[in-house]
Design a protein around this ligand. Structure first.
Ligand code: SF4
Length: 394
């Protein structure tokens, strides 16, 4: 049976301030690093952009390796040598030691991870330095150090193991390595938590409260009462020493501004519109959304699930819109819709566009390294410990 592709039309959306931001017509100084690219960017209207990108890439040959995160725009993905999630891409880059320049079409923390995992002679380039991640920016090194002091005063730091999501800055990864913790991805969060609870009595989960809560409660049998939320903007995290002592999971008050937008209403609405629809969401969504969904999984899991779904089946997907749009195009025999009614691109990820990519590639081809992301040696050392612990997870 053939079904029509009914991805929500972005023209059909309500013009919320956030939608305007996502469409690039506003800026959010709190969630972006706010660094403009130096040099002359080609105009977005330049009709030769595609040709210029091709030519610059050809001039660089095997010296350049372009990584494209799943949430990137199509115009950028077209030039990626590999696509994937942040950890897969960092490992792909490390497996290409001949590539002197790694152009990371993703966000800042991903480029940092690539720099940590690649050799010293490889240079990692982020085409637009304003491509940050609002979630990663919700946990700074100072805030996390203060949190550790609070845990120490409450007498629980010695028995607490930090587990940090890949979507965190190199500083936070280094904090995790310094305190004997591990990094996790949305694919291995359960294994990471099981390991952490074999090492200590509590976990400090950074920076995404939803992934931490969803994994602990859905996958591991903890109750919501076992989880407390540490708010870095309140004295003592807004928690008493008793609450910290009683908790099993101390969740950092961070979230993804894209996945955090899906609501129970979005799930109920799509179920009413499309009888029999399968709701498939990312674990960065709120607990109530994940609880109401039929399936939950990482980006890679979502892609695989749709690949193996039967023709004619209907799916509402709760993840970033660029990816959902590409999946809908790739599976015209299935009905794949976006879970929310309003557009939900990752605005910072969308900073990387064709003009920035052309600018970065042409600069490199002319011998000028631009927008290099470099993690200092000490931070790299401790961040690597935490990343290696993740690789060693049972
Ligand atoms: S989708 Fe969310 S977690 Fe991923 S880069 Fe964007 S803001 Fe960060």
């Amino acid at each position: 049976m053939t079904t029509t592709q009914t991805l929500n039309d972005p023209l059909d959306v309500q013009p919320t301030p956030l939608a305007l931001l996502l469409l690039g017509r506003e800026s959010d100084p709190r969630s972006e690093r706010g660094v403009e690219c130096p040099g002359d960017l080609p105009a977005p209207s330049d009709p030769d952009l595609v040709e210029r990108a091709r030519a610059a890439k050809a001039r660089l040959g095997s010296k350049v390796f372009i990584l494209g995160h799943h949430y990137q725009r199509d115009e950028v993905i077209e030039f990626a040598d590999v696509t994937g999630d942040s950890f897969k891409l960092a490992r792909d880059a490390a497996a290409r030691p001949d590539a002197e320049y790694i152009v990371f079409c993703g966000v800042h923390f991903m480029a940092e991870s690539a720099d940590i995992l690649t050799s010293d002679r490889q240079q990692v380039i982020l085409p637009d330095l304003a491509a940050g991640c609002s979630m990663a920016d919700m946990a700074t090194a100072e805030q996390v150090a203060e949190c550790w002091d609070v845990l120490t005063e409450a007498g629980v730091a010695d028995t607490t193991v930090p587990v940090s999501y890949m979507n965190s800055s190199a500083d936070i990864k280094a904090f995790t390595g310094r305190h004997g913790g591990t990094i996790c991805t949305s694919s291995n969060a359960q294994r990471a938590l099981e390991w952490a609870f074999s090492q200590g009595e509590k976990v400090l989960f950074l920076p995404d409260q939803h992934l931490g809560r969803n994994t602990a409660v859905r996958e591991m049998g903890f109750s919501l009462e076992d989880c407390v939320v540490y708010n870095p903007h309140k004295p003592g995290g807004g928690l008493t020493a008793e609450e910290l002592r009683a908790a099993k999971m101390i969740l950092w008050r961070g979230h993804c501004s894209v996945h955090g937008r899906f609501s129970l209403d979005s799930v109920e609405d799509v179920r009413a519109r499309i009888p029999g629809v399968n709701v498939l969401v990312h674990p960065e969504c709120k607990h109530e959304v994940v609880s109401a969904a039929d399936h939950v999984g990482s980006t890679e899991h979502i892609i695989k699930m749709l690949d193996s779904a039967p023709a004619g089946s209907s799916w509402a997907i709760g993840t970033e819109l660029n990816l959902v749009r590409r999946l809908a195009k790739a599976h015209p025999d299935k009905q794949i819709v976006f879970l929310d009614k309003t557009v939900c691109f990752c605005s910072t990820m969308n900073r990387i566009d064709l003009p920035h990519l052309v600018w970065a590639l042409e600069s490199l081809a002319d011998g000028t390294v631009v927008n290099r992301i470099q993690v200092d040696a000490e931070t790299e050392h401790f961040a690597k410990l935490a990343l290696e612990q993740m690789l060693a997870l049972p």
